[in-house]
Write a protein that binds this ligand. Structure first.
Ligand code: GLN
Length: 556
């Protein structure tokens, strides 16, 4: 492009959950549609080194990248909205930044100096930002948290300095705020935005663009008022109105003139944006011809925020089949009680009306038996079934218990003394990424011992998996500790459980299928991380198609 890499810093004000991640991703999509190359980075002010150890209910999904980083779920938005590839350098936390500064201090890198937030932490933050600034036109850096938080100060100071380092036309600040509509007054209020901008300016950052999250379209007068109070051009005040589908956000921003303003401020000359594929996508999401209901069986508290990528992948699968996917969350603990007749609800009652059953990944023993019941229901009633990670492990356990009659078969994660540990901690396995044999100690169960990131998998040609993918070599992302126990391979295979995907050396079972079932597949990996709205993942595409067929058959 002939210019230096440009930087966009996205901050958030007033309160959290305004959709900063989505806004950043949408900005990325718009710049790509103008022919620019982009990448995105998330800077999170919390102290955890990565979100891998955080409670998913509090933090939401942990998104896993090809290189095995456990990252903030916003990186999932970035990958779904743009073609940028995320990796360990695209997400830094305060913990990670301090950790590396402290390591340097211990090594003696600072030559006896006093190590301080300014300049040492701020310099480290700036170094980390520059890490992703290679071979791209624009880097979009999202700062987690809300302006006013104590923890975010070093990050804000670093990005403040950054503009002086790279020059005015090479860095801009975009601030996302809330403009609430007050029903009793019948009008929108700009005060929270004014305060938030004031706070930002007090630390030396004057935003160049404001994204105003609001229920109502902002009138010219309101925009002029905000512009005046916040010291901005009127066309730099952008309405970020609630939309029906997240994929509408880039189109909405474009109509508001956001991408035009960004390239003007950054002094970049680009072609006009090509947004046809986004328009078509939104049309498909909003006006599908068909609909299908998928039952997602999980722990109650995991069911919403912690499956962002999964929910999106199901939407993508629907788009590929011109169908709206209705998600029915089923608490697996209810399915447990149901069998014991406690609630009056029965397994059948809850699962009968769904067209496909999905058991997603998870940790912890709550609701495990309910998940196993759900698998059994899908197997016996020939309902399309997709088991992901823990869901695949449940499928193996269910089959071992109820078909192969290995009574009490379990994963050692939930029953250390099970007689038939069909899922267990593999002590040694060959790691393709490092080219070394990995050893896992039973006593070191938390952190650092998971199989993480992209691993190759070879598919048997005579399988559902091969038909779905249309090729025999695939690579998918992992995040788990436990594996299929090869000791039981033969007996389960004899009974009709097919191991159709394995690591290239055949040692790690990656996909299981049922011999006599229309559509039943469990995978040890997480396909949802690689699904894109413009390129739905083959497994979700095929699973939704099978569920649609099941529905049509049931209605004749
Ligand atoms: N708890 C299981 C394991 O660690 C599954 C993890 C998951 O579903 N991501 O192997």
């Amino acid at each position: 492009m002939g210019f230096k890499t440009k930087f966009i810093f996205v901050t958030g004000g007033v309160l959290s959950s305004l959709g900063k991640g989505l806004a950043s991703a949408a900005i990325g999509a718009l710049l790509e549609s103008r022919g620019l190359t982009v990448t995105l980075q998330k800077l999170d002010p919390y102290i955890n080194v990565d979100p891998g150890t955080m409670n998913p209910f509090q933090h939401g999904e942990v998104f896993v990248t090809d290189d095995g980083a456990e990252t903030d779920l916003d990186l999932g938005h970035y990958e779904r909205f743009t073609s940028a590839k995320m990796g360990c350098n695209n997400n830094f936390t305060s913990g990670k930044i301090y950790y590396s500064v402290i390591m340097k201090e211990r090594r003696g890198d600072y030559l006896g100096g006093t190590v301080q937030v300014i300049p040492h932490i701020t310099d480290e933050i700036k170094r980390c930002i520059r890490l992703v600034a290679k071979d791209v036109d624009v880097v979009i850096v999202e700062i987690g948290g809300t302006i006013g938080d104590i923890e975010s100060l070093p990050f804000l100071e670093a990005i403040r300095q950054f503009r002086s380092d790279v020059g005015k036309q090479n860095a801009i600040y975009i601030h996302l705020t809330l403009v609430p509509y007050i029903k009793t007054a019948g009008e929108v209020k700009t005060k929270p935005t004014q305060h938030s901008v004031k706070e930002l300016r007090s630390i030396g950052i004057q935003p160049d663009i404001l994204l105003c999250r609001t229920e109502k379209e902002l009138t010219k007068e309101i925009k002029a008022k905000i512009a005046l109070f916040c010291n901005l051009d009127v066309d730099a005040v952008i309405t970020a109105k609630d939309v029906e589908t997240v994929y509408e956000v880039p189109l909405f921003f474009h109509r508001e003139g956001l991408d035009e303003k960004i390239v003007e401020l950054l002094n970049i000359w680009t072609r006009a944006p090509k947004l046809k594929h986004w328009e078509e996508l939104v049309k498909k999401v909003k006006n599908p011809e068909d609909e299908v209901t998928i039952g997602i069986v999980g722990k109650y508290i995991d069911l919403r925020e912690s499956y962002k990528s999964l929910n999106e992948a199901l939407v993508h699968g629907g788009v590929a089949n011109n169908a709206r996917v209705i998600l029915r969350y089923i608490d697996s603990e209810d399915l447990e009680k149901a069998e014991r007749g406690y609630t009056g609800k029965d397994v059948e009652g809850m699962l009968m009306s769904v067209d496909g059953i999905l058991v997603p990944g998870g940790f912890g023993s709550r609701g495990i038996e309910g998940k196993i019941n759900a698998v059994r229901f899908a197997r016996e009633n020939r309902i399309p079934f997709l088991g992901i990670c823990l869901g695949m492990q449940m499928a193996v356990i269910e089959f071992a218990r109820n078909v192969a009659h290995l009574e009490g078969a379990h994963s050692t994660e939930f029953d250390e003394n099970t007689k038939f540990p069909v899922i267990y901690l593999m002590k040694e396995w060959y790691d393709y990424k490092s080219g070394e044999v990995q050893r896992r100690e039973v006593c070191s169960q938390k952190g650092g011992t998971m199989r993480l990131g992209s691993y190759p998998c070879s598919l048997k040609t005579d399988s559902l998996a091969f038909r779905v993918y249309g090729k025999s070599q695939i690579a998918e992302r992992h995040r788990h500790r436990y594996e299929f126990n090869n000791k039981y391979r033969k007996i389960l295979e004899e009974k009709g459980l097919k191991m159709t995907g394995t690591s290239p050396d055949g040692e790690l079972v990656e996909i299981v299928e049922l011999k006599d079932h229309p559509w039943f597949l469990g995978c040890q990996f997480h396909p949802e991380f690689k699904s894109r709205p413009m390129d739905p993942h083959p497994l979700f595409r095929a699973f939704i198609r099978a569920a649609l067929e099941n529905r049509k058959q049931a209605s004749v």
